[in-house]
Write a protein that binds this ligand. Structure first.
Ligand SMILES: [Zn+2]
Length: 364
């Protein structure tokens, strides 16, 4: 008999998205594979890896498409693995850039629509049945068009999606479908990717040797909110140290507001760069950790089993022993943290957010 939790199904080394695999098998079996997909899900949940593996399976010479499998040994599989298969076109913002350069989409001024993603996809496949385009960070297309005042790229893409070339398969990848131009969304089959389970994140970190220490991998998994990318971002000694100090401070019912502001501000200002995005990310770390703490304290107060690592359980227990706030008060503290997180997303100045947020917490 299969026992839940023991039998692990992993498709092409990708865990946690079996329902998506089955949907694709269904489309392929029925011969009704849509031509444009929009993969939506949190960062680090495996959307791009999934798109690449899908392309690999569709190109593999050994298996029929509907098997959705790849041998890893045929010429096509090898080319895909080497990133050199001519029938796969991938674009994404370059390292350190937030948006995809227009020329990558529609060619530079001298080669408009004779180079770039849209042109490449209009060509006939060289080897396989499919010409597959993977466009990462598609959510940036809309703001890009607005910012650069050049709608040409978005328009060309729209035109292509309206009348897709016969053998093209387009996969757009986005964190959210809210910012996308509605016409792009309406022309795509939306496929949602759920955040990974925290345990799956831990396992992937260890299996792919991204983190060596199993205790650390466990901790990062718990803080990851189901995102490998987020877990890796937090794989820093200063984050681990800050988490310890912040939890200690939260566990102390007598700790002073000024000390908390000092603790958080020091962490936020000590990132490797002084860029606003870095400071926002670090402020968000502090808010998320505080949320973790109050969520567990809430569980403790209403008699539900605690989650999290030994440190989190210990500090929650310590706070509870001192006579923790009642459930309603904890609920308003959680609200205050969530509101502070929204302020971060709205790009408010972190120098204002930190004292306002901590004062509100202290005052309730
Ligand atoms: Zn193969």
């Amino acid at each position: 008999m299969e026992r839940k939790g023991i039998c692990r199904v992993s498709w092409q080394g990708i865990e946690g998205h079996d329902p998506v695999v089955e949907r694709f098998r269904g489309w392929l079996r029925s011969g009704k594979l849509p031509s444009t997909f929009l993969f939506v899900g949190p960062r680090g949940s495996g959307k791009r890896s999934f798109a690449r593996q899908l392309a690999r399976c569709l190109h593999c010479e050994k298996y029929e498409d509907e098997k959705l499998d790849a041998c890893g040994e045929c010429a096509a599989c090898r080319q895909v693995d080497a990133g050199s298969h001519p029938d796969i076109v991938e674009v994404a913002p370059p390292d350190g850039k937030a948006v995809i350069p227009i020329e990558d989409l529609i060619g530079d001024r001298d080669h408009r629509m004779r180079e770039g993603f849209c042109y490449e996809l209009s060509l006939k496949p060289m080897y396989g049945r499919w010409r597959i385009g993977i466009l990462d960070d598609a959510d940036t297309l809309c703001s890009q068009a607005a910012r650069s005042n050049q709608f040409a790229a978005a328009n060309s893409l729209l035109k292509m999606l309206e009348e897709p070339p016969p053998q093209a398969l387009v996969i757009l990848i986005a964190e959210s479908d809210q910012q996308l131009i509605p016409t792009i969304r309406s022309r795509s089959q939306v496929v949602r990717f759920q955040p990974l389970d925290n345990e799956v994140v831990t396992r992937i970190l260890l299996e792919k040797q991204l983190v060596e220490d199993s205790q650390r991998a466990g901790l990062l998994g718990e803080c990851s909110q189901g995102s490998i990318a987020r877990a890796l971002e937090m794989n820093r000694d200063d984050f681990i140290e800050f988490r310890k100090s912040l939890f200690k401070s939260l566990a102390d019912g007598q700790s002073q507001l000024a000390d908390k502001i000092e603790l958080v501000s020091t962490y936020v200002e000590s990132g490797e760069s002084k860029e606003a995005s870095m400071r926002r990310r670090r402020t968000r770390d502090a808010i998320r950790l505080t949320l973790d703490f109050y969520q567990q304290l809430m569980r403790r107060q209403v008699g539900v089993e605690l989650q999290g690592d030994a440190l989190l359980r210990e500090v929650v227990e310590r706070r509870a022993q001192q006579g923790a706030p009642a459930a309603e008060e904890l609920a308003s503290r959680l609200d205050i943290c969530l509101a502070a997180e929204v302020d971060i997303l709205r790009n408010m100045n972190v120098a204002n957010i930190i004292p306002c947020w901590l004062e509100a917490l202290h005052g309730c």
